[in-house]
Design a protein around this ligand. Structure first.
Ligand SMILES: [Zn+2]
Length: 70
């Protein structure tokens, strides 16, 4: 899990909607082509409890991800 800032709705007047920051699991991060030019991720940082424990894209929990990686 990582906390990612992604491209959101750039037409919105709320900055939180322009570049929403949310928690994503590794699988979803990989599907957004991190570190490439056409990535939908602006930047990312290490996991942070304040964003909860559920991937905002697919709904996978931190616990499920740990189980999968074992
Ligand atoms: Zn996910």
């Amino acid at each position: 899990m990582k906390v990612c800032t992604v491209w959101g709705n750039l037409n919105s007047e709320k900055s939180g909607e322009n570049y929403p920051t949310d928690l994503f699991c590794e699988e979803c991060i990989q599907s957004m082509n991190p570190d490439t030019e056409d990535s939908s991720i602006v930047n990312y940082q290490d996991d942070d409890d304040s964003y909860g424990d559920t991937c905002s894209k697919c709904g996978k929990t931190r616990e499920e991800e740990i189980e999968e990686s074992q």
